[in-house]
Design a protein around this ligand. Structure first.
Ligand code: NAP
Ligand code: G4F
Length: 343
C-alpha cells in the first residue's frame, strides 16, 4: 500500500485528493492545524477512528510555520508521495496579512523541501503552484509565460515555485509544480467569489438574504472543477521524470458573467440584488486568466471533464439544498449556525 502525506487535507482540494487516493488504496497521512472549533468538515465523511482496523486516514497536528516538527513527521511517516496543498490561499487576505502569507505560503514549501533533503527519505513532491503567479502577463498563459505576480500571495507562490525547481536541480528531488488555474466546487471556501455568489443567490431566492456585495466584476478567470484537478496532481507524480504543468480548462469568463448565469438559473435579475463594495477590490488585480493546458493533455493525458455550465449547476444545487435546510430550521423557530461575518 502506497503512503501519501497531504498538507491542506482539510481544504477544498485536500478533501477531493483524499477521496481519490483512498479509491486508489493509499494510506493517507494529513497535516491539520489545531483549531478551537472543528475544521475537518470536508473530510468527516472519509475519516474512520484510528482504532478501526479499516482506518486508512491518519491526521497529525502541525503547522507549516514550524520546520522541526515537519521534519520529524516526514521521517516517521516516510511517505511515497507528498502533496503540498496547505497555504494561506486567499489573495485579498494576503494584502492584509503579507508577512504571514509569505511565511506559510512561501517558506512553508521550503520547510517541506528541507525536511525531505535532511531526512533523505525517498519520496515524490507535488507543489500547489498557482495561475496567480502569471499576474499581469496577458492571456493565454502556459508553462513558458513569464510570472508577473500582483499580490503577496502570488509573490509567495512564485518563491515556492522556484524553490521546487532549485531542489529538483540541486538535490535531484522528484518535485513537480502544478500550475493550477481557479478550480471550484460545492466545497470551495465561501469567501472565494464563485461560492460567495452561489451561496448568496440561493439564499436570496429563499428570502434569507437581501443583497450581495462584490468587488471587481470585470475580472476574468478560467474556472474548472476541483475534482478534475486533483487527478492531474496525482498524474504528475506517476510520471518517469518530474516536471511542471499548467492545468486549466482553456475557457475564460468574467465574474459578471458568472453572476449573471447563476442568477438566471434561479430566475432572478442579478442587477436588482448585486451592489459593488470597494472593500472587496484588491490594491492590484489580475485582470484576465486563461490557461493553455496542452502540455498536460499531451504528456499526462489529462483533460477536464466538468464544463463551466455543469460546475455552476453543481454549486447552485448544493447551495440550494443548504438554503432550504436553513429555511426549514428558521421556519421551525431555530437559528441555524454558520453565517460567516467575514464573507
Ligand atoms: P483552501 O481550501 O484554502 O485550503 C487551504 C488548506 O491549507 C486548509 O486545509 C488549511 O487548513 C491549510 N492551512 C492554511 N494555513 C496553514 C498552516 N499554517 N499550516 C498548515 N495548514 C495550513 O485551498 P484550496 O482551494 O484547497 O487550494 C489548495 C492549494 O492549491 C493551496 O495551496 C492554494 O494556494 C493552491 N491553489 C488553489 C487554487 C484554487 O483555485 N483552488 C488554484 C491554484 C492553486 P484549515 O482548514 O485549518 O484552514
Ligand atoms: O475567487 P477569488 O477570490 O479567487 P482568486 O483571487 O482568483 O484566487 C483563487 O484562484 C487562484 C488561482 O488563480 C488561487 F491560487 C488562489 O489560491 C485562489 O484559490 O477571486 C476571483 C476574482 C478576482 O478577480 C476578484 O477580484 O473575483 C473578483 N471578485 C469580485 N468580487 C471577488 C469579489 N473575489 C472575492 N473573493 N470576493 C468578492 O466579493
Amino acid at each position: 500500500m502506497k503512503k501519501a502525506f497531504i498538507t491542506g487535507i482539510t481544504g477544498q482540494d485536500g478533501s477531493y485528493l483524499a477521496e481519490l487516493l483512498l479509491d486508489k488504496c493509499y494510506e493517507i497521512h494529513g497535516l491539520i492545524r489545531r483549531s478551537s472549533s472543528f475544521n475537518t468538515e470536508r473530510i468527516d465523511h472519509l475519516y474512520k477512528d484510528f482504532h478501526d482496523p479499516e482506518a486508512r486516514i491518519y491526521l497529525h497536528y502541525g503547522d507549516l510555520s514550524i520546520s522541526g516538527q515537519l521534519t520529524d513527521m516526514l521521517y516517521d511517516i516516510s511517505p511515497d508521495e507528498i502533496y503540498h496543498l496547505g497555504a494561506q490561499s486567499h489573495v485579498r487576505v494576503s494584502f492584509d496579512m503579507p508577512e504571514y502569507t509569505g511565511d506559510v505560503t512561501g517558506l512553508g514549501t521550503l520547510r517541506l523541501l528541507e525536511a525531505i533533503r535532511k531526512t533523505g527519505i525517498k519520496t515524490r513532491f507535488y507543489q500547489a503552484s498557482s495561475s496567480e503567479m502569471f499576474g499581469a502577463s496577458p492571456p493565454p498563459q502556459n508553462e513558458s509565460t513569464p510570472f508577473q505576480p500582483r499580490s503577496p500571495y502570488a509573490a509567495a507562490k512564485v518563491y515556492a515555485y522556484h524553490m521546487v525547481q532549485n531542489y529538483r536541480d540541486a538535490y535531484k528531488l522528484f518535485a513537480c509544480n502544478g500550475i493550477l488555474f481557479n478550480h471550484e466546487s460545492p466545497r470551495r471556501g465561501e469567501t472565494f467569489v464563485t461560492h460567495k455568489v452561489t451561496r448568496a443567490a440561493t439564499r436570496i431566492k429563499l428570502n434569507l438574504q437581501e443583497k450581495l456585495y462584490l468587488g471587481n466584476m470585470e475580472a476574468k478567470r478560467d474556472w474548472g472543477f476541483a475534482g478534475d484537478y486533483v487527478e492531474a496532481m496525482w498524474l504528475m507524480l506517476q510520471q518517469d521524470t518530474p516536471d511542471d504543468y499548467v492545468i486549466a480548462t482553456g475557457e475564460t469568463h468574467s465574474v459578471r458573467e458568472f453572476v449573471e448565469r447563476v442568477f438566471q438559473k434561479l430566475e432572478l435579475d442579478y442587477e436588482k440584488y448585486v451592489s459593488i463594495d470597494s472593500r472587496y477590490f484588491r490594491p492590484t488585480e489580475v485582470d484576465a486568466l486563461l490557461g493553455d493546458a496542452s502540455k498536460a493533455r499531451t504528456k499526462l493525458g489529462w483533460q477536464p471533464k466538468v464544463t463551466f455550465e455543469q460546475l455552476i449547476d453543481m454549486m447552485v444545487k448544493a447551495d440550494m439544498e443548504l438554503a432550504e435546510k436553513e429555511k426549514t430550521l428558521l421556519d421551525a423557530g431555530y437559528r441555524p449556525k454558520g453565517n460567516n461575518c467575514m464573507i
